[in-house]
Design a protein around this ligand. Sequence first.
Ligand SMILES: Cc1cc2nc3c(=O)[nH]c(=O)nc-3n(C[C@H](O)[C@H](O)[C@H](O)COP(=O)(O)OP(=O)(O)OC[C@H]3O[C@@H](n4cnc5c(N)ncnc54)[C@H](O)[C@@H]3O)c2cc1C
Length: 510
Amino acid sequence: MERIAGAFAAALALAAGVAAASTETGGVIRCEVAVIGGGSAGFGAALAAARMGVDVVLVERGDRLGGNSVRSGVTCWEMGAGGTGIPFDLYRRLRSVPGAVGIYTRGRHMSTFDPAREPYRFPGGENLIDPSRSYADTLRRWLPPGPHPGGIEEVRRRMWHGVVFEPDAMAAAMLAMLQETGRCRVMLGTTFADVQGDPERIHAVVLSDGRRIVADAYVDSTGDGAVCAAAGCAMMSGQEARSVFDERGAPEKPTAKVNGVTLIYRVTKAPEPRVEPTPSGVPTNCWWASRFPPAVFNQYPNGDLNVNMLPTMEGSQFLQLGYGPAMEECRRRVDAHWHHVQTTCSEFRGFRLSWIAPAPGVRESRRVVGEYVLTQHDLLAGVAAQKHPDIICVADHSMDTHGGHTKASGEVPGPYGVPYRCLVPKGRRNLLVACRAASFSSIAASSCRLSRTMMQLGQAAGTAAALAKDLGVDLPDVPAGRLRAALRGQHVQLDHPMPSDLAAHLDEGG
Ligand SMILES: Cc1cc2nc3c(=O)[nH]c(=O)nc-3n(C[C@H](O)[C@H](O)[C@H](O)COP(=O)(O)OP(=O)(O)OC[C@H]3O[C@@H](n4cnc5c(N)ncnc54)[C@H](O)[C@@H]3O)c2cc1C
């Protein structure tokens, strides 16, 4: 852990020392591309543009990069198609830091409890570091159609592998990679407040300290589409009625329901086994549901566990309560959940609660209406049948809403593509949205939201912004063929099955 913290400090020092080519005079910062939000998507956007020689400013209100992946403790890249390109570069970077990253294999799962072999039902799912696995093993979620004679869980165990990383190392690696381009000014602790412009174009973004950023192109990577909302773009939230996109999993009438929120926590080996006392005022029973929710327990390379309740709170309740009271309530639920886990499963008495994420993990908020809206039809069709000319990444995560409020759930039949038009807010000429607020229906968002997919949206946005500059065109007019060729050159997977040269590239470094 100390070495990882050291790497983070070194990267911060580097951040202070490297001058990028943007300029600042009289409270006006000028650059070619302004990226707002430094989570997975914003990092991908800034890095892709800067690597193509564009002068970038990246604005992040937190004290470090990584967004959900760092501050909310989502320190796992779940298995899934795509995930080549910048995510692979980042993985290789992390691998050079001892203890920073590992690959997991599924362990026990509550659904396969066998009383003859196990003392109790595991309280969710378990993922354990597996040194025999390579990065390429983490790039598949979809499963072959059944029947599966040994049971589906056996197939999952064989085929599902993800990446687990230390959050400080992730933040440091992101910062270092951006600074090494010499083209990206990273503004941490800086908050976007507003936009100036007209209905087609942003002229400047305004920061909360009053400074303005004037850029040729803007990328909204705030996670909740804050820049697009301020610019007056049409937004969606909650579940759309079935009639809107004709999705078979959508409800008859629209609802305000959004995917669940989880306050992730970490446990560390304890010197003596014991059940930790719950703080005063925290009941030991589950007061918000009929029973405690299951959780995913991901093992870190150092043996600690990351605990991700599914979920801690319903998304709509989180929004109703408001940030402060909702966080307070989530913290109480964490204490109660950990107590429950320790009392019901003796193995956890050997751990102590060592960290609660400083920010809640918000899976879904509002989404932008773009030139194309990705829907359940795309997810079920698959990349070949979609016939979109502008696919910029592939994904294959299941449709999963934690909180169980939708009829659309379950695995997708194979990788599907995300068109570039999902990143173009309707009618806007110099603004892209690359984050979980991109133009997805509620059902599509439940599948498409994984961190590596977000990084790939960012990679496409940054690449498109660089091409727009080179070609002298507005963002919506970037030719799809040029964009896809550039992304292929950056080892982004656009096709299924994966082309052999891309597989060979992964084999070389994975
Ligand atoms: C509990 C939970 C578990 C998950 N599990 C997994 C998993 O196992 N594997 C997986 O791959 N994915 C998982 N996901 C999904 C994934 O983590 C997120 O969808 C993804 O990280 C979102 O990335 P993003 O860049 O769109 O947004 P974020 O990571 O939220 O980044 C947005 C950034 O913008 C910044 N920002 C916002 N507003 C402003 C402003 N006004 N000014 C400046 N900066 C601003 C924020 O501080 C933040 O850093 C999970 C998500 C949650 C919530």
